[in-house]
Ligand binder design. Structure first.
Ligand code: GTR
Length: 326
């Protein structure tokens, strides 16, 4: 009996020791509105594995998915304060805080996914990421978010005329409010988590998003008419609180930057697959897609959005630089 007790004690001590050796000295909490398995969540988890490996287990990243830490706008503030260490968010909710982020939220600013990648991977992408620093944030990486299109619970929207007077939820940014107004609709900015019930109860007619979000949020269940107008390509961004960043050694900062860079191709591959899978899933579930859309009419209608929001020399220059990218 005594022997067994000694054996158990030794065993437990061994387990505790192994646990201590592998314990993380720093655990960075990262927020995401999306559920487990969504490409943005998987990308940050992947980044976490890389960082842990490269810091010999000292720095770990814990992803709080499914909006466990709150809705995007609130989590951004908490990240600025250092309450949340990292945050994977759309560029949209930054528009009212960081002027430069508006350019990527302009309707039809990118001609294609390739064009967007060229811009984000080059100097312009770096310049816009650098703009986060003046706002207590460090921009680490961009992730894909495909193209956003309108969907609603009422009817197939085939033309601009069909959109007139309809109520759409938008992300909390003035650019998107003006975008819906320019199309003749009524915009209601609200947090992502409130959209499903708002469509269900008829507070709004619909919203706009990419295939994976339309699918994973379940919005297709309450708004089955999806119009492939692809008016926005707003990239996702991974940011870190400057306060948390400054607590890291230069070496750990570099490990984090490197892991962030490497998580991008991982995410892009996953994203392309998920776009296809989500599209198939919603179609199977009965979503009706309007594929034939006169995009020129949509593009022309968006001119007032550019006139209102691209006013400073800074933004005018960035827009010109984006347009000049082949
Ligand atoms: C998604 C995006 C989220 C969130 C959401 C929204 O496409 O990945 O970060 O911004 O859209 O519409 O609020």
């Amino acid at each position: 009996m005594k022997n067994l007790k000694t054996f158990t004690t030794t065993l437990l001590a061994g387990v505790a020791f192994a646990g201590a050796a592998a314990a993380c000295e720093i655990t960075l909490r990262s927020s995401d509105t999306h559920p487990e398995g969504y490409p943005t969540v998987a990308a940050v988890e992947h980044l976490g594995e890389l960082v842990k490996e490269r810091t010999d287990g000292r720095v770990c990243v814990e992803v709080y998915h499914s909006a466990q830490l709150g809705e995007e706008k609130d989590t951004i503030e908490q990240t600025q304060f250092g309450v949340i260490d990292m945050n994977r968010v759309s560029m949209g909710p930054f528009n009212n805080i960081i002027e430069e982020t508006k350019v990527f939220s302009l309707p039809y600013i990118f001609r294609s996914t390739e064009h967007m990648h060229q811009v984000l991977d080059g100097e312009i992408g770096q310049d816009v990421l650098a703009a986060f620093e003046d706002h207590d944030l460090i921009g680490l990486a961009y992730y894909d978010a495909g193209a956003r299109s309108f969907y609603n619970s009422q009817k197939p929207v085939k033309t601009l005329e069909d959109l007139k007077g309809m109520k759409f939820r938008v992300m909390q940014s003035d650019v998107f409010v003006d975008m819906v107004s320019a199309l003749g609709g009524n915009a209601t900015p609200m947090p992502y988590g409130e959209v499903y019930s708002s469509i269900q109860t008829g507070v709004i007619d619909g919203a706009e998003n990419n295939w994976p979000s339309y699918e994973s949020s379940g919005h297709f269940e309450v708004a089955k008419y999806y119009t492939l107008d692809q008016h926005l390509m707003v990239p996702e961004v991974l940011v870190m609180s400057k306060k948390s960043w400054e607590k890291l050694s230069a070496e750990d900062q570099e490990a984090l930057r490197e892991a962030a860079r490497e998580s991008v191709p991982f995410m892009r591959k996953m994203w392309a697959e998920r776009e296809e899978a989500s599209r198939e899933q919603v179609l199977k579930a009965g979503a009706e897609i309007v594929e034939e859309v006169d995009k020129t009419a949509f593009i022309d209608a968006m001119k007032p959005v550019y006139e209102k929001h691209v006013t400073s020399d800074n933004l005018k220059q960035i827009v010109e630089r984006i347009q000049a990218v082949k």
